[in-house]
Each structure stands twice: as structure tokens, then as C-alpha cells.
Design a binder for this molecule. Structure first.
Ligand code: ZN
Length: 133
């Protein structure tokens, strides 16, 4: 493997437990980095769900917000117990598929929280308990 290939490989390897990784099909660590500190600690089960959603949508899904540190979450007015803090949530959209379609598909797949923010043009998905707000 070249250095570049190794970097790309690592970028898609999400830790399950010590020495065991899930190699994401569609997503890289850097896509979920906090906007303020660039840290990231995504939950592997969430990444698996997002990969499955991406397969169903069959079009690129862009992440406008992934992992958030506490101070960034406060800065953007996130809920105190936001799943973004746990790496179990992302705000997503696609240049090719409507948010309505993403919203419907995510609900059918059994994500916990799904909310279409119509004015902002993204869909929040998380793997917390099933709920609407
Ligand atoms: Zn941060």
C-alpha cells in the first residue's frame, strides 16, 4: 500500500473494539469531524446504518454536521443530550435526491430519530430511541 492508500484505508476504518474495524463503504472519518476542533468519535453502529442508507438512496450523502464536541454543540444550539455528542447522529443531504426521500427512507430503515429540517435543507438521523420532535 502506498502512503496515500494507507491514509484512505485508515480514513474508512471505524473501530468496533481493540484491533477490530468496520471498513466503511461510503464514509470517511474526516466527513464527521467537529467543525470547531476537528475531533471525531463516531459510533460504528451508526456508520453501518448510514452506509445502508447510502446504499438505499443510491446517491452521494453529504454530512453537514457529524460529531460535535460539547462547546460546538452549544454554539449551534444543539440539544444538551444530542446524539451528535455521542457520534450517533448526523445531519445529511444529497445534491441529487430530495430531503423528503432521505427522510422517508431513513424512517423505513428504523433509525431512531429522524427529522427533516425543511428550511435548512437537511435531514437529521440518529440511532437513539425512536422519537419525533
Ligand atoms: Zn469541536
Amino acid at each position: 500500500m502506498t502512503k496515500e492508500e494507507q491514509f484512505e484505508y485508515n480514513e474508512k476504518a471505524f473501530k468496533i473494539k481493540a484491533g477490530t474495524f468496520y471498513h466503511a463503504k461510503h464514509f470517511s472519518h474526516r466527513e464527521f469531524a467537529c467543525k470547531c476542533c476537528f475531533k471525531e468519535a463516531m459510533d460504528v453502529a451508526f456508520i453501518m446504518f448510514l452506509d445502508a442508507l447510502r446504499d438505499k438512496i443510491n446517491a452521494p450523502l453529504l454530512v453537514s454536521s457529524g460529531w460535535r464536541c460539547k462547546s460546538h454543540n452549544e454554539a449551534v444550539g444543539g440539544a444538551v443530550n444530542s446524539y451528535h455528542l455521542k457520534g450517533m447522529a448526523a445531519d445529511i443531504y444529497s445534491p441529487f435526491v430530495s430531503c423528503t426521500k432521505i427522510d422517508e427512507t431513513a424512517r423505513k430503515m428504523g433509525f431512531g430519530g429522524v427529522k427533516h429540517y425543511k428550511e435548512q435543507g437537511f435531514v437529521h438521523v440518529d440511532i437513539g430511541p425512536k422519537r419525533t420532535w
